[in-house]
Design a protein around this ligand. Structure first.
Ligand code: NAD
Length: 368
């Protein structure tokens, strides 16, 4: 074990099936008397379940906002805060007894984080995808078409309720792309500049858990296997979120940030298309990590790239960013942006090599 300084910043976590029912008690633990509920327009059914759950409990519903949007536009946050202000005067003592509750994927959690840092109110997350935002002190916001990201311990949610039952409604494609989005956090944690043996152990457990469960989530007809796979996938995603929140990310997240943010490409799908290419780019510099990854991927035959490609081949995913609307003329622009403020990478970003990586991702050609 490497000697040194280790500090984990993590929220309180309740994990299991039916954990949604713990919301009234968890909100009360934070001093909550009222709750302000957030969702996207697509998840109002799940929000209404919470509304029913809180009715008759010691925590009443102060209000709801159901317009959470990808990339956390600041205009939407302004609108949500106005809706919150209409039901709780934030300078009142009463306001500190209001908790923000976000139910959904990274977009809804992002809105909850943005509201929590602006108001100081406690934030409870109920994640329904595998993206992992609930475990990080990171907030990405868009204003005037530009996405900026910041990290602040006060952004970290106070409590996370992982309810496996809520992931059952994830569409099949999103189970795959959101799962690979999570996997990418663990893969990058293994070669992060500031990684530690503890983070690496979590990352390895996460890779094993997700790479075994994601194909099983696609299998039709075996209800017991699917239930187990749902549990393992959400457990893996939790660990991946902890990796993302506790070490710095590298070339993979940089490329996804550039591609998703600059060309408005879908989040999980972009991570899925980029991962084999980003891993292949750094592979010559991370021999021991590639050997460990090979152990974690079933069917790798001792080669991590074979293992990752084999996993992707079992999932209903598209691997060409041109299929999501990226244009060929954006390749050079993306390479320039990626090189302008690069993150640390075990293999430094070289203009021509990165341009070729981005071209292959755009075209959906295999990594090499
Ligand atoms: P998302 O939250 O945008 O969800 C996509 C769609 O799927 C939405 O319509 C949502 O309502 C729906 N959905 C989610 N879970 C569902 C379920 N169980 N059943 C049915 N529908 C469901 O997508 P995402 O991939 O979860 O999150 C992406 C966003 O999160 C991006 O903006 C990304 O930047 C951000 N993110 C931030 C961090 C961070 O640490 N700050 C980490 C990961 C992701």
């Amino acid at each position: 074990m490497q000697a040194g300084w280790h500090q984990f910043n993590v929220p309180r976590v309740v994990f299991g099936r039916g954990t949604l029912n713990k919301l009234p008690e968890e909100a009360a633990l934070l001093g909550g008397k009222t709750a302000f509920l957030l969702s996207t327009p697509q998840q109002t059914d799940q929000l209404n379940v919470i509304r029913g759950l809180l009715a008759g409990s010691s925590v009443s519903v102060a209000g709801t906002f159901t317009e959470a949007t990808m990339h956390t536009p600041t205009g939407i946050t302004d609108k949500a805060i106005a809706a919150l202000n209409a039901v709780a005067t934030l300078s009142d003592n009463a306001s500190s007894s209001t908790v923000i509750v976000s139910i959904g994927g990274g977009s809804t959690i992002g809105l909850g984080k943005a509201m929590s840092i602006r108001t100081g109110l406690a934030h409870i997350c109920i994640p329904t995808s595998y993206a992992g935002s609930e475990m990080t002190p990171i907030l990405g916001e868009t204003a005037d078409g530009r996405k900026t990201t910041r990290s602040d311990p006060r952004i970290l949610p106070r409590t996370v309720l992982y309810d496996v039952d809520l992931t059952g409604s994830l569409p099949r494609t999103m189970r795959a792309t959101s799962g690979i989005n999570a996997l990418a956090h663990a893969v990058e944690a293994l070669y992060a500049q500031n990684s530690t043996p503890v983070v690496s152990a979590m990352a390895m457990e996460a890779v094993k858990s997700l790479s075994a469960s994601l194909p099983a989530l696609m299998a039709d007809g075996d209800a017991a296997a699917e239930k187990k796979a749902q549990e393992d996938a959400l457990y893996g995603a939790w660990l991946c979120g902890m990796c993302l929140g506790n070490v710095s990310m590298s070339i993979h997240h940089k490329l996804c940030h550039v591609l998703g943010g600059s060309f408005n490409l879908p989040h999980g799908e972009t991570h899925t298309a980029v991962l084999p290419h980003s891993l292949s780019y750094v592979a010559p510099k991370i021999g021991s990590v590639m050997a460990k990854l090979a152990e974690a991927f079933p069917g790798s035959n001792g080669d991590a790239m074979t293992g990752l490609n084999g996993l992707l081949a079992q999932l209903p995913v598209k691997l060409a960013l041109k299929d999501y609307g990226m244009k060929e003329e954006d390749i050079d622009k993306a390479a320039d942006i990626a090189l302008s403020q690069p993150y640390w990478s075990p293999r430094p970003l070289e203009r021509e090599a990165i341009r070729e990586v981005i071209r292959r991702i755009w075209a959906g050609e295999p990594a090499r």
